[in-house]
Design a binder for this molecule. Structure first.
Ligand SMILES: C[S@@+](CC[C@H](N)C(=O)[O-])C[C@H]1O[C@@H](n2cnc3c(N)ncnc32)[C@H](O)[C@@H]1O
Length: 205
């Protein structure tokens, strides 16, 4: 299963190494979109760290969505521990056929999952289908800021000297493909951010 070969070891990395990035990315999402209530889909949520961080600073109800049941079980445990279980839903499925109704979601967030999607045209069509008119996305990958990225690269490289190369250009094929995909899906607007915060696709339906 792509992007979830070992949920237990991914969970440990999120807790021990990636943890500081999620509150920063959540702040960046709220600053950029100003969406603080309604329904948020965390697509490819893994253990739910980004969705949980955004739940803490907004009134959003979060649908934690992943292809991996094991990731979703971990996400559920954390959401309950953090007392956001009453605003959380857990949904198993594939981004290429999202099991949600048309125009049912206010914001789709996703970090570190899109490089594993097989068909970006289909995935982004589905994302736009489930968004309400005026809804937005914040989809891509990043580590919050340059300092955190460098700290994480250093820590991860201690165990795997090739780690920097393994993630460095992971988003490039998607980055290259997105302008024509988005031109053909033709949402109201979109912005492709590519800076120290990472690479993010911000769509407004
Ligand atoms: C690297 S993890 C990132 C998890 C989380 N967003 C984070 O930043 O901590 C990628 C996640 O995407 C999920 N994923 C990959 N392809 C998917 C697909 N086609 N549909 C749904 N989830 C997918 C994997 O199961 C995995 O949990």
């Amino acid at each position: 299963m792509k992007g979830a070969t070992n949920p237990q070891s991914f969970d440990r990395i999120v807790r021990e190494v990636f943890a500081p990035i999620y509150p920063i990315i959540a702040e960046q999402i709220v600053t950029k979109t100003a969406i603080k209530s309604g329904k948020c889909l965390d697509a490819g949520c893994g253990t739910g760290a980004l969705g949980r961080a955004i739940a803490r600073i907004t009134n959003l109800d979060i649908t934690f969505f992943d292809q991996s049941d094991e990731m979703l079980e971990l996400a559920k445990g954390y959401a309950n521990d953090e007392n956001i279980g009453n605003r959380s839903t857990f949904l198993q499925g594939d981004i290429h056929a999202i099991p949600l109704k048309d125009e049912s979601v206010d914001i789709v967030i996703s970090r570190g999952s899109s490089p594993f999607w097989d068909d970006w045209y289909k995935a982004y069509s589905e994302i736009i289908r489930v968004l309400k008119p005026g809804g937005m996305t914040y989809i891509g990958g990043g580590f919050g800021n340059a300092q955190l990225r460098e700290d994480i690269v250093k820590t991860m490289s201690e165990n795997n000297p090739d780690w920097r190369n393994s993630f460095k250009d992971r988003l490039k094929p998607e980055r290259d493909a997105l302008p024509s995909i988005l031109a053909s899906l033709n949402p109201i607007g979109y912005e492709l951010v590519n800076d120290d915060s990472g690479f993010w696709t911000i769509i407004t339906k």
